[in-house]
Design a protein around this ligand. Structure first.
Ligand SMILES: CC(=O)N[C@H]1[C@@H](OP(=O)(O)OP(=O)(O)OC[C@H]2O[C@@H](n3ccc(=O)[nH]c3=O)[C@H](O)[C@@H]2O)O[C@H](CO)[C@@H](O)[C@@H]1O
Ligand SMILES: C=C(OP(=O)(O)O)C(=O)O
Length: 422
């Protein structure tokens, strides 16, 4: 199993290109199931999650071709030849549930394995299912699978989400494009990935209004066509690499970065003593003060501070002056990086959904273990500024969400390598 070896060092300088968003691409790809015509996605990230979604769509009969070293994905779903998304693939990745809405809307039936829990929380899919029921779907849970039917097709309806779930909003939005009549999604999620999905669906011929607000209205159409769409920038990869110069010092430009994607995150960086400025090519980041100041952070749905940047922000705050409090409000078990950071000398007290981090002058390199995707990169960030060597194990988590992490960080002067072990 591979690991990443990081040696702590001095200031970073240079540019890091930011890829297209994993979480946008994972919902744009299943949109191909809504149409017989081809969908082309430009600026796709090269990640294992994208390969898993490729396998899943292929298992349903879609043609998926990776072009230009994976940055362009050509999808075509002329016929859906198999209507069952099997556990073997679905269990690898929770975003697999996003094939349910499109397949049901186009074909009137679908069987999709329940994804099961994951390390960061139980993550049920009840909100996805309730939304589809509000559009007339008949659902049965049997043998770990959702059996969904809509014999006369889905019908527009009012969907009231109890929580602004990203995935449930995406599933419902895709399904509503082919439902008969008008669907209103109330308390919809407002994440940029949902705006990106709506834009792509509109290019395919869907009638959608209100994406990016908490009420999305969809007027169903009989069929959707093909489209070519550019995937939005990955705001989580962006935020992650913005933390590298904040932690190590120096100045790094994040190519393709946009302030509107990371506003709440930038407010916190500013409070901690880190400057972010817009450049012709993206965003530039450098420390304003010699020391990082302690701050308090609460994760929230967009436009609030993203849960997917909480672990990385904790890595920064481990060496801040003073005591920071991080509250995790989205997932019930998303502090698994804390004990690993403590192995590097961090002072962290976790009580339920609250982590209290008291800054120490310096972290010390140690062998640590990645427990999930964002935890893994937080350990790399911590290792960049720690004294000595940090070896991060179980990097398959990292490969889900970060392409070319070694090349990107060594390109700005970090001492990092991947060790392959058989
Ligand atoms: C592939 C993808 O885009 N993943 C992102 C997506 O995940 P995902 O779409 O799974 O996240 P949700 O917004 O749905 O989940 C947020 C919370 O709602 C709960 N919930 C969700 C659905 C449901 O039917 N019932 C329910 O109780 C979850 O357990 C969780 O506690 O948004 C999360 C929140 O920004 C991000 O951390 C993930 O990176
Ligand atoms: C939690 C994440 O992804 P997923 O929803 O695919 O598990 C993430 O990207 O941080």
């Amino acid at each position: 199993m591979d690991s990443i070896l990081v040696r702590g060092g001095g200031p970073l300088a240079g540019q890091i290109p930011i890829a297209g968003a994993k979480n946008a691409c994972l919902t744009l790809m299943p949109a191909t199931l809504l149409s017989e015509e081809p969908l082309t996605l430009i600026n796709a990230p090269r990640l294992s999650d994208i390969r898993t979604m490729t396998q899943l769509l292929q298992s349903l009969g879609a043609e998926v071709t990776s072009l230009q070293d994976g940055q362009v994905i050509a999808l075509s779903s002329h016929d859906i030849s198999n209507h069952t998304a099997h556990y073997d693939i679905v269990r690898k990745m929770r975003a697999s549930i996003l094939v349910l809405g499109p397949m049901l809307a186009r074909e009137g039936h679908a069987v999709v394995s329940l994804p099961g829990g994951c390390a960061i929380g139980a993550r049920p899919v009840d909100l996805h299912l309730k939304a589809l029921e509000a559009m007339g779907a008949e659902l049965e849970l049997k043998d770990g699978y959702v059996h969904a039917k809509a014999p006369g097709g889905l019908k527009g309806g009012n969907v009231d989400f109890d929580f602004a779930s990203v995935g449930a909003t995406e599933n419902a939005l895709m399904a509503a494009t082919l439902a008969k009549g008008t669907t209103v999604l109330n308390n919809a999620a407002r994440e940029p990935e949902i705006v990106d999905l709506a834009q792509c669906l509109r290019a395919m011929g869907a009638h959608i209004e209100g994406e990016g607000t908490s009420v999305i209205t969809v007027e169903g159409v009989d069929r959707l066509g093909g489209a070519t769409h550019t995937v939005v920038t990955d705001r989580i990869e962006l935020g992650t690499y913005m933390l590298a110069p904040a932690i190590c010092g120096g100045e790094v430009e994040l190519l393709g970065g946009q302030m509107t994607l990371v506003e709440a995150f930038c407010e916190k960086l500013d409070a901690a003593g880190v400057d972010v400025s817009e450049t012709a090519g993206g965003l530039s980041v450098k420390r304003r003060t010699a020391d990082i100041r302690a701050i308090n952070v609460t994760t929230e749905p967009f436009p609030g501070f993203p849960t997917d940047l909480q672990a990385q922000m904790m890595a920064l705050l481990c060496t801040a002056q003073g005591t920071s409090v991080l509250e995790e409000k989205i997932f019930e078990n998303r502090f698994m990086h804390a004990p690993e950071l403590m192995r590097m000398g961090a002072d962290i007290d976790v009580q339920g959904g609250t982590a209290t981090v008291t800054g120490v002058p310096k972290l010390k390199g140690a062998p640590v273990m990645a427990t999930d995707l964002r935890a893994s990169v937080s350990l790399i960030l911590a290792g960049l500024a720690a004294e000595g060597e940090t070896r991060v194990g179980r990097v398959y988590h990292l490969d889900r969400g970060y392409e070319h992490v070694v090349a990107k960080l060594s390109g700005v002067g970090a001492d990092i390598e991947r060790i392959s072990e058989s």
